[in-house]
Each structure stands twice: as C-alpha cells, then as structure tokens.
Ligand binder design. Structure first.
Ligand code: ABU
Length: 497
C-alpha cells in the first residue's frame, strides 16, 4: 500500500533488502507491460485525443511544494500512459518513426537504469566500445573501404545534419573555428526543395544564413535536378559566393524520393564540394539486398546521416552521423575540456568520444540498436525493409482499385505513399484550382475525425502546387496487409460523412 508512503522511503534511504523500491518499480513495470500489450491490441485506441484545455482539466499537472504519496506517483504514471499516443500501435502511420521493437525497448530501459554518459570511456566503457563497432559496421554497409572514417550518435537527424555542415565547413575553412565566419567570404550550400528543413536550420545555426542554403529544384517525382544544381552553383559563384557543400536526400520526408547521388557526386567532384547524404529516412534500405540499390552511389558521400529510429525501428532516439574522414569530427568540434578529457589518463584516450561532439552530456543511444542488431541480425532488418515495401505495394494496389482515391505520385520509390481521398460530391468536378480549393480541406477534416475516433493516425500536408494530401508512411513492424486495408476503409467512411 503506497498511499501513506513517500519517495523518501525508497532507495537510497531504505535498508537492504529494499522492499519498497522493488515493489514500487514492479508496479511501474506492470503498468509498462500493460501499455506494451495495449500498443499491440487493435481493439485498443491509438490515442485518446483531447484538446489542450480539456486535457489540462483532466490531469493534475501542477508541481507541488511538498511531496505526493507514492500511490499518487503511480497514478501519475498511469495517467501519462493513458493519454500517450501509442506510436507502436499497428495503426499508427503518422510519423517516419513508428512501431515498437521489444528488444530495443529493453535496451532503452537498461540504458535508463545505467544512466550513463557517452562522453568518456571511463564512465561508459561498454557503450563506447559498442558505438565504435556499430558505427564501423554502418560505414562498411555504406560502402566506405574497410569501414574507414568516424561517426557519432547524435540527438536526431537535424543535429546529425548540423554535424555534417560543421565538418564540411571545417574541412575547407578550419580557421572559422577560432576566427569566426567573418574571416571568410559568404559561404553557401545547396539542397533540394524537398530536403528536410534541418539543412536550412543548420545554415542558420552555423551563421551562413538560410538564404545561403540554396534551394535546388526537383523533378516530377521529387528528386533533386542535377541540371539545376549546376546552374545554381554557377550563379552563386558569379555572385561572389563560395559554395562548399551539397546535401543529397536519400528518402525525402514527404515523398520518399532518392536524389541522383552519383550525378550529384560528379558535380561535387568537379567543384570540389563536400557531398552530404541525408539518409536519415532512406538509410534503412541499405540493410536490404533487394532495396539497397535505391542508395547506389552513397559510398561517394563525405558524410551520411542515418537514423535507425526511423526505418530500422529502434526506439527514439537513435541517429548517426558518419564521416568518411577519420579525425575531422574531433578536429572540428574539440574544445579539450581538461576536467573531462585529461591527456594523461591511464587508458587509451582515443576511446573518449566527447571531443567529437558539439554537446557535452550525451545520451546512450547505442545500446538499444546494438541489442536489437544482435537479436535480429542484419537479415532481420532486411526482412523488415522488404516487408514494408510489400505493404507499400499493397497500399498502392488498393488506392488504384478503390474509387475516390488518387495517388499524388504514381510510383513511389520508397514507403511514403501520398494520396488524396476525393469525396463522392467532388468526383464529377474537373481537376483544377477550383476542385483543389475544396480538396485542400478534405484531409484535415478526415484527420480531425480520425484523431477524435482514435483508431488510426496518418499525417497530411500540402506540397508545392498540391493541395493537402495524406502522407502514409509504412515503417511500423506491427502493421499487416489488413491494417493497410483498414486505412482505406476508415478514410472512406470518414470522408463520406
Ligand atoms: N525528422 C523528420 C521526421 C518527420 C516525420 O516523422 O514525419
């Protein structure tokens, strides 16, 4: 009975054996088991949606002056789980990261229990070794000779892309690290109009400015156009700007397009530019012998972002930045803090990772990935990738067969399927701006109902000239052909009303 007990009666304050602590953690774990079970039960909702003010009213969220009982703390845990969106549910298709890998989850639990920091070998010996091994294996899979290079796990793809921009700038203009960017003429970088916004964000953060992250046009299926890249590089040079980086997207966020990296690599070579491959999303296809061709040429990149928390199904967060040149991360980012990175430690200090990073404290993101890789083998990731592509093919077939559904892009390369649902009342209207004006309202309307009902989540957005459409992302390992059918049926039902 925890109704009269408080946190001060847990470890480190209780005597051995620590019965309160064990009982308390057991209760929490029981709640987590129940959440894991519900997350895989199609009779359970994906979410229980409430508008912010209503949810605030349902919960006691204030942080009090005095302690609450442990019974209340357990209740707080239950409430947080009750209103959490179940991203592991087979009908959660809203984000690039979805699904729940049980081994990865176990890894994350273990990591939280150890509560360590990746910055030095002395406090994370096992995890630092694991990180080295896994990053090398990832570099081998990218195709860099003997897995040469370096890398680090970063807090998400946005920061991984920032690392690439920093490393590229440091490669060509190392003096900026100490002198600042005024020491150099106006630098500029290039990425496609469908690239992730983190590239513009990186340009802002490093002081290049968002206007100097130059947008390259895409073709009809969302791939960067090499002819436009060439033209934009020439134009920038004519304007006195100094190009230094091109970022190719290997699996764009909305469309799932893969930029033609081989042609882009040729252009980079010609102009002596750093080639970054943002494979945060598409990187998972490298694990599949059947689908890795989507990234042919990625071995020519100088740096790669690859997020195992997306297609590979690792728990958030798990995002790697890999660089071909060993030593550049440290040369670019090291601040040599002598309280952490003493040069006279009694072990090989090349195992301290902290001076490669732009952050100090760094979460242990490696263990869950290492553990699931052990549990699945590369072939397990390959099976997952192939299965997701099969589900994608099934969805396309259903969309083509079902009246009222229209694909935005006819033959998606990856597992992003973008489509409109056209309600019966609009089907006879000619395509064009007038119909688009109304179509633009359909996906938000259906999504709102979807969330209120709580049994499905699919995202939507406008893009370029296209009115709002659904972007269905298939990366959830729990999803089956029946769940794909459910998406169609449910959207039809909601859209007819
Ligand atoms: N970092 C991109 C994530 C976008 C998405 O999950 O929809």
């Amino acid at each position: 009975d925890f109704s009269k007990k408080y946190a001060k009666e847990l470890l480190p304050n209780e005597a051995n054996p620590p019965t309160n602590t064990v009982d308390f953690l057991r209760e929490v774990i029981e709640e987590l088991f129940e959440y894991v079970r519900q997350s895989h039960d199609r009779n359970e909702p994906v979410l229980e949606f409430h508008h912010p003010m209503e949810l605030k009213g349902n919960l006691d969220l204030e942080v009090p002056e005095g302690p609450e009982t442990l019974a209340q703390i357990l209740n707080d845990c239950r409430e947080a789980l009750k209103y959490a969106v179940k991203s592991g549910h087979p009908r959660f298709f809203n984000q690039l990261s979805s699904g729940m890998d049980v081994v990865s989850l176990a890894g994350e639990w273990l990591t939280s229990t150890v509560n360590s920091n990746m910055f030095t070998y002395e406090v994370s010996p096992v995890f630092v070794l694991m990180e080295r091994i896994v990053l090398k294996r990832m570099r081998e899979i990218i195709g860099w000779a003997d897995g040469e290079g370096d890398g680090i796990f970063a807090p998400g793809g946005t920061i991984a892309n920032l690392y690439a921009v920093l490393a590229a700038r440091h490669k060509y203009y190392p003096e900026i690290k100490s002198k600042g960017s005024l020491a150099q003429s106006q630098l500029c970088m290039f990425t496609s109009r469908h690239a992730h916004y983190s590239l513009k964000s990186a340009a802002h953060i490093v002081g290049i400015g968002t206007d100097n992250c130059i947008t390259v046009e895409t073709d009809g299926i969302g791939k960067m156009r090499p002819d436009d890249l060439k033209a934009k590089i020439s134009k920038a040079k004519d304007e006195g700007k100094v190009p230094f980086l091109v970022s190719c997207t290997m699996g764009t966020t909305v469309v799932g397009a893969f930029d033609p990296i081989t042609e882009i690599a040729d252009i980079c070579e010609e102009h002596n530019l750093w080639l970054h491959a943002d494979a945060a999303w598409g990187g998972g296809a490298l694990m599949s012998n059947k689908w890795k061709h989507l990234l042919d040429g990625i071995n020519r990149a100088d740096s790669v972002t690859w997020n195992p928390h997306k297609m590979m199904g690792a728990s958030l967060q798990c995002s790697a930045i890999l660089v071909k040149e060993d030593g550049i991360l440290e040369s670019c980012n090291a601040m040599h803090a002598s309280y952490l990175f003493q040069r006279d430690k009694h072990y090989d200090i090349s195992y301290d990772t902290g001076d490669k990073a732009i952050q100090c404290g760094r979460h242990v993101d490696i263990f869950k990935l290492w553990l699931m890789w052990r549990a699945k083998g590369r072939v397990g990731f390959e099976y997952h990738m192939n299965h997701m592509m099969d589900l994608k093919a099934h969805l396309i077939k259903l969309i083509k067969e079902t009246e009222g559904f229209e694909l935005v892009f006819e033959n998606p390369e990856y597992v992003n399927v973008c489509f409109w649902y056209i309600p019966p009342c609009l089907r006879k209207n000619a395509k064009g701006p007038q119909r688009d004006f109304v179509v633009n309202k359909v996906a938000p309307f259906i999504k709102a109902q979807m969330m209120d009902k709580g049994d499905l989540m699919v995202s939507y957005q406008p893009l370029d000239q296209y009115p709002n459409f659904f972007r269905m992302v298939i990366s959830n390992q729990a999803a089956t052909m029946d769940d794909i059918q459910f998406v169609i049926t449910r959207i039809e039902e909601l859209g007819k009303t």
